[in-house]
Design a protein around this ligand. Structure first.
Ligand SMILES: Cc1ncc(COP(=O)(O)O)c(C=O)c1O
Length: 455
């Protein structure tokens, strides 16, 4: 197999490779960094420049890079059975083991079954489709609508994109799925209602109730939301929000779908975001941390209440006519089993909670001394600086403003990888990151802010 030289890699990247969320031409003009190696929370670019990874791959390499247990499980599985499908007539040992394991892992949440796929967007698509099917089996064929939150992110398939709450991701692909409606996110920093978290949680929960009643409860299939919004800018809802949402969904029999693609498997300092809020969903969308990002894998976790209805349906209506060639891919399933072993034997989630508190404390210090930082928010190891052009009025930067990128570039040069999304600088390191690495990340960010603000 021919390996490219450094020069060939740099020259060919944007010539032949189209990147998600980027204009191909822009990637040629401002080439992305080429990351060549990873170990724990360290990464090296193609020029050998060493960085602490504040991004965790993309909220995904939760156990860091180079875990030999996951690698060994992958290699052993490649030797044993590189692939077989789970479409009706066949299955394989890893699929059975992983679905059994997930039912045990999420027993306290009420999960009884898993539907596997290839990533987060798939996991969302599965949940949205199964929600409609659930109502068809129950004979309520008009229950087809979805309600979701503004600023929410649910991946890029047509269903997920239609419930996304960021119009930037939708515009180029409209018209989308009809019957998707959006309500306000309980976003303390930016809302027209109140500065009181409890009150905000209640106001926004009531919006869900109003929307359900307005649409007609017998037309609403499901409400979908992230327990903490990730891509939308790490928006942490007030503690009363999710319990109220659950109550309202129960009152009108609307299914509650928790999109835990980011929050699942410890990111918030709790194993699942719904657990943090003391709530059980009806379906969960999981990916990223499920295989620690080593191999693409997604899954829709299904609660007993939903599974019972499928079991009770007739053969035609109850059949899940959805799925992918690579659903429950054995190599991905092996990676996930090794990931779950580590999550159960090491205090990864506790580390995320402890390091997350330290991270937020340090970020708040940086924010307090910066005229660019309007808000610092987060929970566990998901955190964000929201940059503003005027701290007093919270005025946003115009789209495409250079400041967030300038800070990220300065940090990169000094040895820290962070991610810019709109006006936000987002941090989502591996859950195994050490305190020293968090301190390094924050020391570098402090210097990057100083550099950009100083001149
Ligand atoms: C909450 C949420 N849902 C769904 C997705 C889509 O996942 P994927 O990119 O694996 O398709 C993401 C991706 O970041 C996400 O953050």
């Amino acid at each position: 197999m021919k390996r490219f030289s450094k020069e060939e890699l740099k020259a060919n990247n944007a010539r032949y490779l189209w990147h998600p969320m980027a204009q191909p031409k822009a990637m040629r003009e401002t080439p992305p960094d080429i990351i060549a190696r990873g170990e724990g929370s360290w990464i090296w670019d193609i020029d050998g420049h060493k960085l602490v990874d504040g991004v965790g791959g993309l909220w995904s390499a939760n156990l860091g890079f180079g875990r030999s247990e996951i690698r060994d499980a992958i290699v052993a599985q490649l030797d044993e059975l590189a692939f077989y499908n789970v479409f009706r007539g066949t299955t394989h040992p890893r699929a059975i083991e992983l679905s059994t394991r997930m039912a045990e892992f999420m027993r306290e949440d009420g999960v009884v079954a898993s539907f596997f796929s290839n990533g987060g967007s798939d996991a969302v698509e599965g949940a949205l489709k199964l929600a409609r099917q659930y109502w068809k089996i129950r004979g309520q064929r008009d229950r087809t609508k979805y309600i979701a939150l503004r600023q929410g992110y649910h991946g890029v398939h047509f269903g997920g994109m239609s419930v996304n709450g960021n119009t930037n991701f939708r515009r180029a692909y409209e018209p989308l799925l009809p019957g998707c409606f959006h309500i306000d996110t309980p976003w303390l920093y930016r809302n027209p209602y109140t500065d009181d978290p409890q009150e905000l949680g209640e106001i926004c929960a009531r919006q869900l109730e109003r929307e359900i009643v307005f649409q007609g409860p017998d037309t609403v299939a499901a409400f979908i939301a992230e327990p903490v919004q990730g891509a939308g800018g790490v928006i942490v809802p007030p503690p009363n929000y999710w319990p109220r949402i659950r109550e309202i969904c129960d009152k009108y029999e609307v299914l509650l779908i928790a999109d835990e693609v980011v929050t699942g498997f410890g990111r918030t300092g709790h194993m699942f975001g719904t657990r943090m809020w003391g709530v059980k969903a009806d379906m969960w969308c999981l990916a990223k941390g499920l295989s620690s990002g080593y191999i693409p894998l997604g899954m829709t976790a299904i609660a007993g209440k939903v599974a019972e209805v499928f079991d009770g349906g007739d053969a035609a209506l109850g059949a899940v006519t959805h799925g992918y060639t690579y659903s429950a891919h054995p190599v991905a399933a092996a990676a996930a089993l090794a990931t779950l072993d580590i999550l159960e034997s090491e205090d990864v989630v506790g580390n995320a909670a402890r390091q997350g508190e330290h991270l937020l404390r340090r970020m708040r210090e940086i924010g307090a001394g910066s005229h660019l930082v309007g808000d610092v928010r987060g929970v566990g190891l998901m955190a964000c600086f929201e940059l503003v052009s005027d701290k007093a009025t919270k005025a946003s930067f115009p789209r495409g403003a250079s400041e967030p990128m300038a800070i990220a570039r300065a940090a990169y040069e000094m040895g820290a990888m962070v991610r810019v999304s709109g006006p936000n600088i987002i941090l989502s390191p591996a859950l195994t990151i050490s305190r020293e690495q968090i301190d390094l990340l924050c020391d570098i960010l402090q210097q990057a802010f100083n550099k950009v603000e100083g001149g």
